[in-house]
Design a binder for this molecule. Structure first.
Ligand code: ADP
Length: 485
């Protein structure tokens, strides 16, 4: 037994609504067509009758002129014969004049009062009769009225009405049934989609919707949905890999801390040994902190992609500060760090995140360049008028092997060119993925280009915004604008 809820749900289904609309449209169209057809037939029959009556009136007029008197026996016989010949249509003719009234009328003439109506100029219907008038000068003015009963025409139209009612009944019955069947066919793939989709789980995303190869909207919807599932699947896989990598990265310093503490607790040590162990613990805790901070930054940046950036950031000032900050490191590592005059440029974005990009790229360049090498930082404009700023960090370091180049922006990717050293030099493999996430969130691009053993260049492109009036007059650094060719 269908419950009340099931019944309510049925009336809400697409299938029912399609059926109802289909039935409504078919029924309205059918009824309009039948009414139109009936009226068309009635008007056509009437028109034909009018033409016949007009021809008959001509015939009577000719006879009247030939016999020139309404009293002529031959005329009356001719008219009687014609009336008899058309008895089934109750055809009639009536001759009258203004003084004497009716002079002659044939067998089936309607009752007098029906015909005493005023003279008509075109075919007219009075009661159940249709007639035409003609005035003939013989020489007195005789009114010829020829007419016929409309009963047969009404009987024809009534037959048509019966057929129309029958046809409407059939349409009323078949339209909803056919509509329901058609709607069922049209919505069947939707039902299959619902079943497949309801079986999907985050842990089981391997199900795909069937493609019927019809190329219709439902096929396109299935294709789009399947692609969405592919993307969700690879996104979830990426997340899982990320989590596993993060756990792996966290485990190494944690294990080092644990073993240092175990060694410290094992037996009595000298103060120097304790100090050494504590330093190791601090160093490993530092790399743990760096990793956690980078993970936080990465998730923050990815969430930021959904938000609009509103801050006005002077990119040249950020780079200027970074140059000051890394100057000492470069000097210590005997690397030449240089930067031509920076043009004033502003972008819309998150200052802290953009600073991270600048620092990561310069830091990497210094990390992967041996002593005696060079790191060059450039800031130039692109477009005419300038629409984009290009920030490039180029080094004459170890370079990146061609097969690793496409993977350098992957999370936790660490290249084979890494040198052993302190935790900071070892790196987390997250720096470039953070750069990419930040740049994308700022609607920019980042790319890497490298010749192994010779040079590496990272290039960031960001859309610029006009300088504020106070910044455009700021001439503290007397810099020259540069353009790339
Ligand atoms: P990490 O923190 O390990 O440096 P990144 O994401 O910053 O992680 O870099 C990923 C990998 O890309 C590095 O391990 C290194 O192999 C390579 N790489 C990045 N920058 C450079 C560079 N300037 N020169 C050579 N290799 C680089």
């Amino acid at each position: 037994m269908p419950t009340e809820a099931n019944r309510r749900n049925f009336f809400r289904t697409l299938r029912f609504r399609l059926m109802a609309w289909n039935a409504l449209v078919v029924i309205v169209t059918g009824v309009v067509m039948l009414v139109g057809l009936r009226e068309g037939v009635r008007i056509t029959l009437l028109h034909e009758l009018d033409q016949l009556l007009a021809e008959d009136a001509n015939e009577v007029e000719l006879a009247l002129r030939r016999y020139s008197s309404t009293d002529s026996k031959a005329l009356r016989e001719q008219l009687d014969r014609k009336a008899l010949g058309h008895a089934q249509h109750q055809w009639f003719v009536q001759l009258s004049d203004a003084q004497a009234g009716v002079l002659y009328q044939s067998l089936h003439a309607p009752p007098d009062d029906e015909l005493k109506k005023r003279q008509v100029s075109s075919a007219t219907t009075v009661g159940n009769w249709r007639f035409v008038d003609r005035v003939v000068a013989t020489p007195s003015m005789i009114r010829v009225r020829v007419g016929s009963s409309l009963e047969m025409l009404h009987a024809d139209v009534a037959r048509l009405d019966k057929l129309a009612v029958l046809a409407t009944g059939i349409v009323l019955l078949t339209a909803p049934i056919c509509g329901y069947w058609l709607a069922g066919r049209a919505t069947r793939p939707l039902n299959q989609m619902i079943v497949t989709m309801s079986q999907l789980r985050p842990s089981r995303l391997d199900e795909r919707l069937a493609i019927r190869e019809t190329g219709d909207e439902l096929d396109r919807l299935s294709l789009t949905f399947n692609r969405l599932l592919d993307r969700i699947g690879s996104y979830l896989q990426e997340r899982r890999d990320s989590l596993a990598n993060a756990a792996h990265e966290l485990r190494t310093p944690l294990a080092a801390i644990r073993s240092s503490i175990e060694v410290a607790l094992a037996s009595g040590r000298t103060v120097d040994e304790y100090e050494g162990l504590l330093e190791e613990i601090i160093e490993e805790a530092g790399s743990l902190e760096l990793l956690v901070n980078q993970l936080l930054l990465l998730s923050e940046t990815e969430a930021e992609q959904l938000r609009v950036h509103k801050d006005y950031v002077r990119l040249d000032e950020l780079i200027d500060k970074a140059m000051d900050m890394f100057g000492g490191v470069a000097e210590y590592r005997e690397i030449q760090l240089n930067c031509p005059a920076l043009p004033r440029v502003a972008v819309n974005g998150n200052c802290q995140h953009l600073r991270q990009v600048v620092y990561n790229l310069i830091d990497n360049a210094l990390k992967f360049t041996p002593a005696g090498g060079q790191v060059r930082v450039r800031l130039t404009f692109e477009g005419e008028p300038p629409t984009t700023v290009r920030f490039a960090v180029e080094d004459t370091g170890l370079g990146i092997p061609a097969e690793e180049l496409p993977r350098v922006f992957d999370r936790f990717f660490k290249g084979t060119n890494r040198r052993s050293g302190s935790a900071e030099v070892r790196g987390t493999g997250l720096g470039l993925s953070i750069c990419q996430a930040v740049v994308r969130a700022h609607e920019g691009t980042i790319e890497a280009d490298s010749e192994p053993g010779r040079r590496t260049c990272f290039t960031v492109r960001l859309p610029i915004v006009p300088l504020r009036s106070d910044d455009s007059h700021d001439d503290r650094r007397n810099l020259t604008m540069q353009r790339t060719s």
